[in-house]
Design a protein around this ligand. Structure first.
Ligand code: NAP
Length: 435
């Protein structure tokens, strides 16, 4: 009997696991389960809409999904439609590839005020994720504070200041694009609690910030050291030197004719979110870096704004029955092994770091572990799951259904755009029901 494997989550780590299993010589049947009708996880709902070339990796996942030994089962939520215990009864192996879809708290007084919107939520919203279809951030503000110096912070800042023209060829949902571009935002502050050398954004993303049509990226040259000091590998040192070179090309104050500014504000940590129930500003403390860590200097300043977007990493959203390691915030696992026949890959395994390709080795390791642990399948797999879902009246979707949604989105695209995303599950299912 083939080994029957359920992969929970259809983002990169889920697809790389399926791909690695297919490439083995073993007889496998793989079901990729996702709580949305649409596959591809962060590729669809995390990668910025203006990074379409990055999103093209989903073509490789599509080839995997179309393999006769792989089935996509969408619109099924673990915990709501089927429990993890049941899934482990039904399948020889279960792989958790759910990423880290939550926002960690900023951890300063006032971080629960209306107007503090974690980057996962904000990015999910502008990427048309159905979880945020009813959400509308208040963008009636001149300034926005983005906390963090990673690529997500850069994505958020860039999407906030790009023009309609610059976003024309993207899959930013039209209504959301118009809402952002008509907002009175003129200044986006990207606060890094450490300095430019410690910043985590990569150089391609940083350079893009110097090439925006109507927004100037500005930086105080006094914040830029002459050289990279500290303990870095040769490669890391080179990357940081490149970032410094790019930042040196950014102006200080003079933004010429551009109407908007992105302030690269280093050495500043959040202290308090100001306002009653609703954010009116943020209080920051200047820092210096000692032994690689940010240390407050006791010098404070405030920025008036009604939107604060912490882009400080991600948090796991475990379903019932998924053990969590309180120290790492990840699934409790030993190099991916959670328990017998139960594995984790990607961010759920090792936390929210790395690029898309970093998930590839995770998938390979999980495939090797599964084939090491299980020589032959003995469980019913999909037949049992589908019977259960049908019995419960769950409207699950297949990869064919996704392809119908995909075609409808492409057909609905405004001129130049690759697609017009459906942002509610009902709208997605309406297409499937019509097809
Ligand atoms: P990240 O790279 O880990 O950056 C998180 C940032 O938040 C860091 O600057 C960190 O500062 C800061 N931070 C954390 N806690 C904080 C706090 N309490 N107060 C103030 N600042 C705080 O994470 P990310 O931007 O979410 O990205 C996640 C992964 O996805 C990364 O590997 C990233 O490269 C990748 N990604 C890539 C792309 C792309 O390639 N275009 C796009 C998006 C994401 P410290 O350094 O001081 O901790």
């Amino acid at each position: 009997m083939p080994i029957r494997i359920a992969v929970i989550g259809s983002g990169p780590s889920g697809f790389y696991t399926a791909d690695a299993l297919l490439k083995s010589e073993a007889a496998v049947e793989i079901d990729i389960i996702d709580r949305l009708p649409t596959p591809f996880g962060l590729i669809r709902a995390g990668v910025a809409p203006d990074h379409q070339s990055t999103k093209r990796v989903s073509r490789a996942y599509e080839r995997t999904a179309l393999d006769e030994h792989v089935h996509y089962i969408g619109n099924v939520e673990i915990g709501r439609d089927v429990s993890i215990e049941d899934l482990r009864e039904m399948y020889d192996a279960v792989v958790v590839a759910i990423g880290m879809p939550g926002d960690p708290p900023l951890g300063v007084p006032g971080d629960d005020k209306i107007g503090v919107v974690g980057a996962t939520k904000f990015v999910g919203w502008y990427n048309g994720h159905p979880d945020f279809a009813d959400f509308k951030p208040d963008l009636d503000t001149k300034a926005v504070a983005v906390i963090g110096n990673g690529n997500v912070a850069i994505d958020v800042a860039r999407v906030l200041v790009k023009t309609a023209d610059e976003m024309a060829e993207t899959d930013l949902p039209s209504a959301i694009g118009a809402y952002i571009q008509n907002a009175p935002i003129t200044d986006v502050y990207m606060f890094g609690r450490r300095g430019p050398v410690e910043a985590k954004f990569t150089n391609v993303e940083l350079r893009e910030m110097g090439q925006l049509e109507n927004a100037a990226s500005i930086v105080d040259p006094d914040c830029l050291p002459e050289e990279v000091t500290g303990e870095w590998s040769d490669r890391d040192k080179r990357l940081r030197e490149r970032n410094l070179t790019t930042l040196r090309e950014f102006p200080n104050i003079d933004v010429g004719t551009k109407a908007k500014r992105v302030h690269f504000a280093f050495y500043a940590q959040p202290i308090e979110i100001l306002g009653d129930d609703i954010v009116t500003g943020i209080r920051m403390e200047k820092t210096n870096v000692v032994d690689g860590r940010a240390r407050g200097t006791g010098e404070f300043f405030e920025i008036e704004c009604s939107l604060v977007i912490p882009a400080i990493g991600y948090a796991l959203q475990p379903f019932e029955g998924l053990p969590v390691d309180e120290n790492t915030g990840c699934t409790a696992n030993d190099n991916g092994r959670i328990a017998d026949g139960f594995y984790a890959v990607g961010w759920a395994k090792r936390g929210p770091t790395g690029v898309i390709g970093t998930n590839k080795p995770d998938g390979k390791i999980a495939a090797e572990q599964i084939l090491e642990d299980i020589s032959e399948g003995s469980k019913p797999g999909r037949a049992s799951l589908i019977a259960r879902l049908d019995e419960q009246g769950v409207r699950w979707t297949s990869f064919d259904d996704w392809q119908a949604i995909n075609e409808a989105e492409i057909a609905n695209a405004r001129p130049k755009a690759p697609r017009e995303k459906f942002v509610t599950i009902d709208d997605m299912l309406a297409v499937v029901d019509k097809a």
